[in-house]
Design a protein around this ligand. Structure first.
Ligand SMILES: CC(C)(COP(=O)(O)OP(=O)(O)OC[C@H]1O[C@@H](n2cnc3c(N)ncnc32)[C@H](O)[C@@H]1OP(=O)(O)O)[C@@H](O)C(=O)NCCC(=O)NCCS
Length: 179
């Protein structure tokens, strides 16, 4: 099992024992607005979501849960997805439990998984996209060493509405200074 360490976190693939925290995460209003993970009505649905995250067999994603090193409690979810081993590129997405926000969890897990993508998977670019209205995500991108490269028009369909929003594209390359 892959295991990454940062200053304050351990990252490892999701396991179904993460279901109680995953349930809270998927039902958080900010997550439902900016990075929905699908309907999660109960703990069984949360456990199934964790099992899917821990199954990397398709080769198209590598999903980690950040946990507290002392307690093992899940604090956040970060996924390298749309992995393209021909072009050696992937995208990254992330969510943090409301109770764990504001103390560098997103910054550390995005940085750690991006470095792992370069060093262990040989990727040459990781891309990060967020609605221009998601200021917190933009700060996470900058804090994790991702360069703002441009704006795509009407790229984000706001869940449950007809509203579409422009997105920022950020990218990080192995040659970028990072953190
Ligand atoms: C966005 C999110 C991942 C941030 O997680 P976090 O662990 O609190 O972020 P960090 O503590 O690592 O903060 C990293 C940087 O972002 C800034 N930041 C975090 N939340 C912020 C907020 N709500 N408003 C403004 N800045 C914010 C921090 O101040 C920090 O900046 P700094 O390096 O200049 O101090 C979290 O709020 C979340 O899960 N939101 C819902 C899902 C989401 O938006 N996912 C991204 C979709 S693209």
């Amino acid at each position: 099992m892959e295991r990454l360490e940062t200053a304050d976190l351990v990252l490892r693939p999701p396991v179904e024992e993460d279901a109680p925290e995953a349930f809270l995460l998927l039902n958080d209003p900010d997550v439902k607005l900016w990075n929905p993970g699908g309907e999660c009505p109960d703990l069984e649905a949360a456990a199934a979501w964790c099992r899917a995250g821990g199954d990397w067999s398709s080769g198209t994603h590598a999903t980690f849960h950040a946990v507290d090193p002392e307690t093992g409690t899940m604090l956040g979810n970060v996924s390298l997805f749309a992995i393209d081993t021909d072009d050696r590129v992937a995208k990254i997405g992330y969510r943090v439990l409301p109770s764990a926000r504001g103390r560098g969890v997103a910054r550390q897990m995005v940085d750690a998984v991006t470095r792992w993508a370069f060093e262990s998977r040989g990727l040459m670019r990781v891309q990060l996209e967020h609605s221009v209205h998601n200021r917190a995500s933009c700060r996470v991108a900058e804090a994790a060493g991702f360069v703002h490269e441009g704006t795509t028009r009407s790229a984000y369909a706001v869940p449950g509405s007809e509203v579409r929003e422009d997105c920022h594209i950020h990218g990080r390359l192995p040659s970028d200074p990072g953190l």
